[in-house]
Design a protein around this ligand. Structure first.
Ligand code: ACM
Ligand code: ZN
Length: 621
């Protein structure tokens, strides 16, 4: 009896401990990307009608941030908070201020502290404050149980700064023309992920998207085509509706400004010498053969590129780049440089004459001559160039930055040559690849790049020395649009993978943690829903692993997803899983032949698509 009493007491104490742990457990912050340092204390700061938003800093951007925060709180809760200038955080205030903060926070870092009395975001720069407010947006929660409108912020001490200075996403608007409104949405979504570089792919074989006052045929001819290839199959692959458009100079200025308000630099890409058939369709005299050329409707690399032996090519490019340099205030212009077949140059008397006259070894050195000449011109306009890693071939231009896409070797080589590098290898950073099993996905270009694989990427190659590593300035995802024809599909392909990229780009490598990321992503998915983002549910699709046992004629089936603690339900009777189907807890035996259908349930409803695996009796049995 006595023994039982004590045992009961021990159990009771354990239960009570657990209960109290639950009640005082720090509120989950679920921040994406994960900050450098987060300390969560028990309790919350309550935003009520008497809360004021205070700002310190002369920068008009700081006032705009304070106003935007007030508008957000109004939209979410109806609370109309007063926005006031302040020198320092005061009682019952959400304060954002440019202040003295530790130098270690760098140009883009911030601190965010919330206690019961006040919330303060401090940074050395407006950019730092902006990132602090992005974190704050993820922390603010509506208090739906309260009678009066209220919101709350968990009590936190955050100190944060980005790992890389170039945190980029490229969007291919050359192949598909997306509206100004969508570009702005995309910039909003980038900002939400603390990304700061929008690489705007504006020229392609299939379309020219920049208004030119000097070369109007770029807009009359190069911006339009008769149709679009929409899938891989040999039949039915061309949609014959005309496609095209271009951004007016006014729209471009507007987008650049919109991006700047979100601390995003726009890096325009003007492709050369390849990916230029659209230009040649309008100005065939800039080609090696003289044309004529039609605007292509099928994807693929084109043989016809700018003639490197023709002075008119450089006159044209200097003309157009002068217009581009005026439109984009950023330091960098991307000059492409990728996938330029040398076939035409090999056969062109003018190109060959240039090789002779300049004692160039071959066509690769001719491309290097081309890029160096463009670099020199752009330096005269105080712009630096960045190009795809092919610009290493034949010798890198003296100040060029390199975007490593054909794997990481180009980035390694450029870093060893002490050039700035942005890592964007196909295997980890090409968001036009499938993000789940192709039978569950809309058509993609090919490849396989799951959320987990994006997250696994380490942008700094291990083989670089400490000194060389400093040249790896950033990391970028590329969204090529051959098979991404609508804004909704851009969102589908970009999200949630862009969240994984954001964490690679922002969070210290030591804080990376896949399991924890999937847990925080549950909150991020809700944020996507709130923002109306058409994100992919592929990370919740079930992957089935089949291990055949040819002795017992069975298979062992293991199920997993790329999401946090999924409720996987499955059937083996051919029916679609329902909420009463068996819950997957561990690998199970399937007798053959057999079919497993599995899907994740949330709130009693299936999420995404049903994974189907039919396993036959192995041959010979
Ligand atoms: C590229 O994907 N051609 C840079
Ligand atoms: Zn030529």
């Amino acid at each position: 009896m006595v023994k039982n009493f004590w045992m009961t007491m021990v159990v009771l104490a354990a239960v009570m401990l657990q209960l109290s742990a639950q009640t005082v457990a720090p509120t989950e912050t679920a921040l994406v990307p994960q900050p450098s340092s987060v300390k969560v204390n028990a309790g919350q700061y309550m935003i009520t009608e008497s809360t004021r938003i205070g700002y310190a800093g002369k920068d008009s951007q700081v006032v705009a941030m304070a106003d935007r925060l007030a508008a957000y709180i109004k939209a979410k809760s109806g609370l109309q908070l007063q926005v006031v200038p302040a020198i320092q955080p005061l009682y019952n205030m959400i304060f954002i201020g440019i202040m003295q903060v530790p130098d270690s926070l760098g140009k883009e870092g911030y601190t965010l502290t919330a206690d019961k009395a006040q919330v303060a975001i401090k940074a050395k720069t407006a950019a730092g404050l902006f990132y602090g407010t992005q974190t704050l947006y993820q922390l603010i929660k509506p208090e739906v149980q309260k009678k009066l409108p209220m919101m709350s912020i968990p009590l936190v001490q955050i100190s944060d700064k980005p790992r890389f200075e170039w945190r980029g996403s490229m969007l291919d608007c050359g192949r598909i023309f997306y509206s100004v409104d969508f570009i702005k949405k995309f910039l909003d979504y980038m900002a939400m992920h603390k990304l700061n570089t929008f690489h705007w792919h504006l020229t392609e074989d299939h379309g020219w998207r920049i208004e030119s006052k000097k070369y109007p045929k770029l807009n009359e001819i190069s911006s339009w085509r008769a149709g679009t290839q929409f899938d891989h199959s040999p039949e039915r692959q061309i949609n014959h509706s005309p496609h095209g458009g271009y951004y007016t100079q006014e729209q471009i200025r507007d987008i650049v400004q919109y991006a700047a308000e979100r601390f995003i630099t726009v890096v325009p890409e003007v492709e050369m010498p390849g990916h230029t058939l659209a230009v040649l369709a309008a100005y065939p005299e800039l080609s090696c053969t003289g044309g004529p050329f039609k605007m292509p409707v099928q994807w693929g690399i084109q043989d016809d590129i700018f003639c490197a032996g023709n002075e008119q090519t450089f006159e044209f490019l200097e003309g157009i780049l002068s217009e581009v340099a005026e439109l984009f205030p950023g330091k960098m212009i991307h000059i492409g440089g990728d996938e330029a077949p040398k076939k035409r140059w090999k056969e062109c008397p003018k190109c060959q004459a240039r090789i002779q006259a300049d004692s160039l070894k071959d066509e690769h050195e001719l491309q290097s001559y081309f890029i160096k000449r463009i670099e020199k011109f752009l330096l005269s306009k105080e712009k630096n160039i960045i190009g795809w890693d092919e610009i290493l071939e034949g010798g890198l231009a003296p100040n060029a930055a390199v975007m490593s896409w054909r794997g990481i070797q180009g980035g390694i080589e450029a870093a060893k040559q002490k050039h700035t590098v942005v890592m964007s290898p196909t295997d980890f950073m090409y968001f036009d690849y499938y993000q789940g099993e192709p039978y569950l996905e809309p058509v993609a270009i090919g490849g396989m790049l799951t959320l987990e694989k994006v997250y696994s990427y380490e942008p700094v190659p291990a083989e670089l020395s400490a000194a060389e590593r400093k040249f790896i300035r950033g990391v970028q995802a590329n969204i090529w649009s051959e098979f991404i024809h609508t804004p909704e599909k851009v969102e589908y392909m970009a999200f949630p993978r862009l969240a994984a990229l954001a964490e690679l780009a922002w969070t210290p490598a030591v804080r990376k943690d896949w399991e924890n990321f999937t847990k925080r992503m549950e909150a991020q998915y809700k944020r996507y829903e709130e923002a109306g983002i058409n994100y992919s549910r592929s990370a919740k699709h079930v992957w089935q692993k089949v291990e055949l046992d040819t002795v017992s004629n069975t298979a062992t089936i293991s199920l997993r997803t790329q999401s946090y603690q999924p409720e996987i339900r499955y059937t083996t009777d051919g029916n679609e899983p329902t909420i009463s189907s068996p819950l997957y807890t561990e690998p199970f035996q399937l007798s053959l032949p057999g079919t497993v259908k599995a899907v994740v349930f949330e709130n009693n409803k299936p999420v995404g698509k049903i994974s189907v695996q039919s396993v036959l009796v192995p041959a010979g049995f």
